[in-house]
Design a protein around this ligand. Structure first.
Ligand code: ADP
Ligand code: MG
Length: 688
């Protein structure tokens, strides 16, 4: 007798549930997506026990007639697809017909639904995949699905669930982000009997952000908007012999992007505050993520992440959503284009905004008081209603949970959230030595982990200095004007230096306030842009060293040297092989001393080496090599800290800085200037 047999429907559903129903938040996601597909304008989510005890999603969508209510629980039963051709142009969030049967196989599910055109509705009850009752009942139009005792029949799975608060924060994050994506809808989230989120319809995304997070968060974000006409190339079309006489070629359509991205001062430790929606679907995508981070390259340090709410819209033919059962991954037809479009749009928006970091509110720098990017309601909810878990415990758990539930800062907001409007409280501070100037990071997320997956994050962090100021290639990727003009660093032009602090930081004033400029990174930025600007022309000036300096290379470094030798030479480095595995540096770029030249070279080789060892999304490009070399030279040639500067030198440096395209951070992403605005000064003196 053969050994192969077809699995029973029940087992098949449980297997599918393993993929679709990863955790309570995945159930919420599937149910919300069904409500959206049903055209609902109101969605209410109720949970108990972090979703393990109960998840209920109620909508006012199209509802289902009795037959459909039963069919919905058959595997691969869907109203959203008919032909395989439809798979090429999926415009609904669901299409696999897997969610309901999968969820029903691992829970006790009750469906109440009524199609508005029907006089009465249907109630269906299923437990562990077995249909218990089907009844007719008087119900409001729309659908309500309650899922109780998730994984009650799969104890192994239940063990993997995290603490109640963790699961709840995932759910809260998810609902918050769908609410952000659909400002035109009414959203509610209740945990037990507490309203965590109540968001009536508003006119646009900005209003929704304001409604959920408040003004401060909105102020920390820069609006994004760009569009790009797609080209026809490669669009799926029937072959000529199958085209009907009246065939019209499909229009390629356009790629649109809008949303919000954070000012460079907002820096997160993980990518979980980055939310990417593709055609209304919350996804994680490497290409888009990498593009985003590339946009920030050399503006924020390589190991931190911005807060992003990004909506990408494109014709359905441009994106394949049928990649994974949980539908959180997509495949773009033109992945490289998508990457560059995102990168250029983000970069253009950052350039246009040029916001300067304000002073750290050192007096008020209690990190837990800052809840700006955290929905205040859920935060309070946790603080108040997790009686059995002490705040300390929750925090420890927060740290241990790799996913991090940081978004919903579980620390009780002891200070009222918006009492001090010092903008980037706790986000930047200075140390006596500019080389060690560090950025302290507030570990909150933009509303928790959601679908963000740290392991899916590209390794962009490994390239601190590449692609510094890329030209915006798509001229159409221009940001829309933002309503309130942010503080502009062209104000730097009027700065009057007062003196230095510890021979390292220039103190300067103008009508906009008091400024502190890190002299090393300021000069670094100036040189970096100069080197890049000049590279089109003649090679950079170089100076011959008195004695050649010999550098030892490992074999891998030798290969890399061969790749970058030409660019090094253009930048004033002359180095020649000298025996086996050794190089002799004969000249170095102007301003770089002998011993520094060899340090610079080894540093570059080491960086390129680790980069080319497969961390990358792309391999080494000429662009990367150039910017990396420029950044290194700028760093080594720049004025150091602990160096006295006379007034003329300071004036010169400030004037040069004002001329740069991007004066707010050095090529490694550290801040260059801090401003103490007149308003901050007046406030601190209690004049306002
Ligand atoms: P899919 O969404 O992939 O089609 P599901 O298993 O999630 O598969 O749902 C099966 C079908 O049940 C859907 O195609 C839809 O017709 C119906 N359905 C599910 N939820 C709702 C809802 N909230 N309102 C109306 N119809 C629904
Ligand atoms: Mg569905």
């Amino acid at each position: 007798m053969g050994r192969i047999h077809v699995l029973s429907e029940d087992v098949a559903n449980k297997i599918a549930a393993g993929e679709v129903v990863e955790r309570p938040a995945s159930v919420v996601k599937e149910l919300i997506e069904n409500s959206l597909d049903a055209g609902a304008t109101r969605v209410r989510v109720d949970v108990e026990g972090g979703g393990r005890k109960l998840i209920q999603v109620t909508d006012n969508g199209c509802g289902m007639v009795r037959d459909d209510a039963l069919l919905a629980f058959e595997r691969h039963a869907t109203s959203k697809l008919t032909h395989d051709d439809d798979l090429l142009s999926i415009s609904t969030l669901g299409f696999r017909g897997e969610a309901l049967p999968s969820i029903a196989s691992v829970s006790r599910l009750r469906l109440e639904t009524r199609d508005a055109a029907e006089p009465s509705g249907t109630v269906v009850e299923i437990a562990g995949g077995r249909m218990l009752t089907v009844e007719e009942a008087g119900l409001p139009a729309g659908t309500s699905i309650s899922v109780r005792d998730l994984y009650f029949n799969t104890p192994a799975r239940r063990k993997f669930l995290k603490a109640e608060t963790t699961e709840l924060s995932h759910i809260a994050s998810l609902v918050t982000h769908y609410a952000l994506a659909h400002p035109e809808m009414h959203w509610e989230l209740h945990s037990t009997s507490n309203a965590m989120l109540t968001a009536p319809p508003v006119a646009n995304h900005a209003e929704r952000i304001f409604q959920i997070f408040g003004k401060q968060t909105l102020d920390e974000l820069i609006p994004l908007a760009a569009q790009l006409q797609l080209e026809r190339a490669g669009l799926p079309e029937p072959p000529p012999w199958r085209r009907p006489a009246e065939y019209v070629a499909p229009t390629p359509g356009e790629l649109r992007l809008h949303g919000f991205t954070s000012k460079p001062e907002i820096q997160k430790l993980n990518p979980q505050s980055i939310y990417i929606f593709v055609n209304g679907r919350l996804v994680r995508d490497k290409a888009v993520m990498h593009g985003l981070l590339d946009g920030y390259r050399n503006i924020i340090p390589p190991s931190v992440y911005p807060v992003v709410l990004l909506f990408l819209e494109m014709p359905c033919t441009e994106v394949d959503v049928n990649v994974h059962p949980s539908k959180t991954e997509v495949r773009f037809r033109q992945q490289g284009l998508m990457h560059d479009f995102v990168r250029d749009s983000v970069r253009a928006a950052l350039m246009a905004a040029r916001p300067a970091p304000a002073f750290a509110g050192e007096i008020h720098a209690a990190p837990s008081a800052r809840m700006a990017l955290t929905p205040p309601l859920p935060g309070k909810e946790f603080a108040v209603h997790t009686g059995e878990i002490g705040a300390g415990e929750v925090m420890a758990q927060q740290a241990s949970d790799a996913g991090g539930i940081a978004g919903f800062s579980l620390i009780a907001p002891s200070a009222p959230v918006r009492n001090e409007a010092l903008p980037f409280e706790g986000s930047t501070f200075i140390e006596g030595n500019a080389a060690a100037s560090a950025v302290r990071i507030a570990p909150q997320g933009f509303g928790g982990p959601g679908l963000g997956n740290p392991s899916a994050a590209p390794s962009a962090g490994a390239y601190p200095t590449e692609e510094a100021v890329p030209e915006t290639r798509h001229s159409c990727a221009l940001p829309l004007e933002s309503a309130d003009a942010p503080m502009d660093l062209s104000m730097l032009a009027t700065l009057q230096p007062l003196g230095q602090i510890r021979d390292s930081f220039i103190l300067a004033v103008n009508a906009q306030g008091l400024w502190i400029i890190d002299q090393h990174v300021a000069h670094e930025r100036v040189l970096f842009e100069k080197i890049l600007a000049e590279r089109g022309g003649r090679p950079l000036e170089s100076q011959r060293l008195l004695m050649p300096i010999v550098v030892e290379l490992r074999p891998a470094q030798q290969a890399i040297f061969a790749e970058i030798a030409e660019e090094l030479q253009r930048n004033g480095f002359e180095a020649e092989p000298f025996g086996v595995r050794t190089l002799a540096i004969q000249s170095a770029p102007a301003g770089i001393k002998g011993e520094e030249a060899s340090a610079l070279l080894t540093e570059l080789l080491e960086q390129f080496e680790s980069e080319s060892q497969g961390l990358g999304f792309k391999t080494l490009t000429m662009e990367k090599i150039r910017t990396r070399i420029a950044a290194s030279i700028a760093c080594h040639a720049a004025i150091k800290v602990n160096m006295p500067l006379d007034r003329a030198k300071m004036e010169w440096l400030l004037a040069e800085l004002a001329q740069t395209r991007y004066p707010m951070s050095c090529p490694h992403g550290r801040p260059v200037v801090l401003r103490y605005s007149i308003r901050d000064i007046q406030k601190a003196f209690k004049r306002i």
